[in-house]
Write a protein that binds this ligand. Structure first.
Ligand SMILES: *[C@@H]1O[C@H](CO)[C@@H](O)[C@H](O)[C@H]1NC(C)=O
Ligand SMILES: *[C@@H]1O[C@H](CO)[C@@H](O)[C@H](O)[C@H]1NC(C)=O
Ligand SMILES: *[C@@H]1O[C@H](CO)[C@@H](O)[C@H](O)[C@H]1NC(C)=O
Length: 672
């Protein structure tokens, strides 16, 4: 009933939209963004920087089909082999997934800051920002630029590192099959070497280099990065509880990768020392607070909404690393204080790791007496929330996992993180001999998201740069674009100077539309944390997929999709207008039918009245008596029922009294 009565309003709104030809805009959830940067500093003479240590070649078989990709090729822009579309013969491991895994790691080479090593494959990137940290008397050169700009932030970096190392451990076979273990090592080590510099002692963690304002005014090459580039720290007197706990998680997760897979016990032990120290600092440095309190400059881009999920995340990784039950108890304590009454119902993002804490603890506690059943149950509740796309999430018409409040900034990443979480959980359950039906459901969901991201979507677009002619060609990356001014960001150069291979872009809007506009950071930006779940997913695909990614059979060219107006397609608007007219007529008909007796009576009365009037008139003309009383009499003698009551005359219905305020509060609490 409500819907029916409201549809005319919708139609009116839709018509207004139609008539005013509102330009179509991408779905927008308001939120801060890391974005483009500012002005040049002459490259200083680089101090010698510890170059990435290259691990000994892994013993993994190099797939015959992909040999050329895994070599450090001297290429400009990068790889010389043509895009291969329309693959028809499946083989294992699938060469396109091997390529995707290679490319997603290669993306991180395009993000490198500092003095680049001799084996740098992305050769259009040059040495840059060699003075980072000098303002504070330390060396903070190196590491990775966060996104399409030249800022360095620890918070998204540590999350990216943690996810990558987790995927490296869990889906190690994929990296081996693809001959990518060396590149995995290089990618992780480049980040961790810098994080070690950023954590020079037990009391200090450097969390940001550069200023959002300065950097956002700049759009140009890495040779002209603007100054000043101040460095910001948290410490024991101005803590950043979330950022130190998140860094502890990264050190712990990557320590496991080096200890268990990459066979570098020394490095693993170094990383573990940092993890220990940082987690301890998170728990002991007071007051516990979100890090932008200590470093307001971070508010531009990565303000954290709370620190308890990071404390749980840090504790969970310390537990996985050490198997010390104390950490399991801590993880549980933090989860309980975060979310005592019900399971987490937020998607996994750089700001919220709660769902991943369940999954991690469910796996890490397997076979122990550290509360496995409880963690497994929480993980499965989270998995149900995810694969059923429960509110605030949904599946778009095209099938993308889309969460209101989060996906507007980077829909592809929210979907990739969800898929990564469920593949991790399914893998753990499968190893432990878990419920096959659930495992299937999780995998079906996760594979569906991967398929979507790789081209099985209305735009027929793989949201990865450089793998298909429908791939995004305008990624929001200052160095790759070749542009030199923020004013001409979209127009110059017409075609981007370099292909930033392997970058997962922000992704389509909630109507599955993708416009591929360079300045549209929501859809087109690239970032460290975007590709992090994707790394693990591609390794998983290499080790499991018997078919090529969806784009392999997509012909070049995006389809012409019908326009969307204010979130509605034209055909929907037309349907609503027609529907509304129909509904209005139908409602009228129903009312007429229900009031048919009154109407009939009324009509009859009217007729009779007229008839009598005519009669009276005739009488009058004939000279008969005409007066009010006579008329009244004539009318009343016809026995006409009184007219139906008007709406306003109906018995007033009093609204139910509102519950007292305490009850409302209780209701609110119960829902949390
Ligand atoms: C601790 O960090 C705060 C916030 O970044 C900074 O203002 C302060 O100078 C730092 N303290 C020391 C001793 O460096
Ligand atoms: C730093 O912290 C680690 C681990 O918490 C501890 O073992 C070490 O002694 C500390 N170092 C200093 C100089 O306090
Ligand atoms: C894909 O390959 C098949 C076999 O070579 C060919 O017949 C078909 O036209 C190709 N499709 C496209 C879209 O290129």
């Amino acid at each position: 009933m409500k819907l029916l009565s409201r549809s005319p309003l919708w139609a009116a709104g839709a018509l207004v939209a139609l008539l005013s030809t509102t330009p179509y805009t991408a779905a927008q959830d308001p939120s801060p963004s890391p974005s483009p940067p500012s002005q040049p500093s002459p490259p200083a003479v680089p101090p010698p920087v510890a170059a990435t240590t290259v691990a000994p070649p892994s013993s993994s078989p190099t797939p015959s089909t992909s040999q050329s990709w895994s070599q450090p090729l001297p290429i400009n822009p990068t790889f010389s082999d043509p895009l291969r579309e329309n693959l028809t013969s499946p083989s294992f491991p699938d060469p396109e997934y091997v390529r995707l895994l290679d490319y997603t790691l290669l993306f991180y080479e395009a993000q490198r800051s500092g003095k680049l090593p001799a084996n740098q494959r992305v050769q259009w990137r040059k040495d840059s920002a060699l003075d980072d940290g000098k303002d504070s008397g330390i060396d903070l050169s190196g590491g990775y630029y966060d996104a399409g700009d030249y800022l360095k932030f620890i918070f998204p970096l540590t999350f990216a590192m943690t996810q990558t190392c987790w995927g490296g451990v869990e889906f190690w076979d994929g990296y081996q099959l693809a001959g990518q273990t060396t590149y995995l090592d290089q990618m992780v080590r480049w980040g961790m070497d810098w994080l070690i510099k950023a954590h020079p002692n037990n009391n200090t963690l450097w969390v940001q280099v550069g200023l959002g304002d300065v950097d956002n005014d700049y759009w140009g090459p890495d040779s002209g990065i603007p100054k000043p580039r101040p460095s910001f720290q948290v410490n024991t007197t101005s803590p950043g509880t979330d950022v130190t706990a998140d860094a502890a998680a990264a050190f712990a997760a990557c320590s496991i990768l080096y200890r268990d897979k990459l066979n570098d016990a020394t490095y693993a032990s170094t990383l573990q020392t940092h993890a220990d120290s940082l987690f301890q600092m998170s728990e002991t440095a007071l007051p516990q607070q979100v890090y932008q309190v200590a470093v307001p400059a971070a508010s531009c881009c990565y303000a954290s909404s709370g620190f308890t999920d990071e404390l749980a995340w840090g504790a969970a990784w310390m537990y996985k690393l050490t198997k010390n039950s104390v950490y399991a108890q801590k993880a549980l304590k933090y989860i309980n204080s975060l979310n005592a009454q019900s399971v987490q119902t937020n998607p996994v993002t750089w700001d919220d790791k709660t769902g991943l804490v369940y999954v991690l603890m469910a796996g890490a506690t397997a076979g122990t007496s550290d509360g496995n059943a409880q963690w497994q149950s929480l993980a499965e509740q989270f998995a149900t929330f995810t694969h059923t796309a429960a509110k605030p999430c949904m599946l778009t018409k095209g099938g993308l996992y889309y969460c209101a409040g989060n996906s507007g900034d980077d829909s592809a990443v929210v979907a990739a993180s969800a898929a990564f979480s469920l593949h991790l959980l399914a893998n753990q359950m499968s190893t432990a001999g878990g419920d096959a039906t659930k495992i299937d459901a999780y995998r079906t969901f996760a594979n569906g998201q991967i398929d979507y991201l790789l081209g099985n979507n209305p735009e027929k677009t793989p949201y990865v740069v450089g793998v298909h002619s429908n791939s995004p060609i305008n990624p929001h990356s200052a160095p790759a674009s070749g542009g030199n001014s923020a004013d001409t960001l979209d127009t110059f150069p017409e075609k981007e100077a370099y292909t930033i291979y392997g970058a997962l872009v922000g992704g389509p809007d909630k109507n599955d539309r993708f416009l591929d506009i360079r300045s549209d950071w929501r859809q087109n930006e690239v970032a460290l944390d975007y590709n992090a779940p994707f790394n693990g997913l591609m390794a998983y695909q290499v080790m499991t997929s018997k078919t090529s990614p969806a784009y392999a059979v997509i012909p070049p060219g995006r389809p012409d999709l019908p326009p969307i107006l204010n979130g509605m397609a034209v055909w929907q608007i037309i349907l609503i207008v027609i529907g509304s007219i129909f509904v209005t007529i139908a409602i009228g008909a129903v009312i007429c039918y229900r009031k048919r007796h009154q109407i009939r009576a009324w009509a009859a009365a009217r007729k009779m009245n007229k008839h009598n009037k005519v009669k009276t008139h005739t009488l009058k003309n004939l000279g008969g008596p005409v007066n009010r009383r006579n008329q009244d009499h004539i009318v009343s003698s016809l026995d006409i029922p009184p007219p139906p009551p008007m709406r306003g005359q109906q018995r007033p219905v009093l609204p139910a009294p509102l519950p007292p305020r305490e009850d409302l509060v209780l209701l609110e609490n119960a829902r949390r």
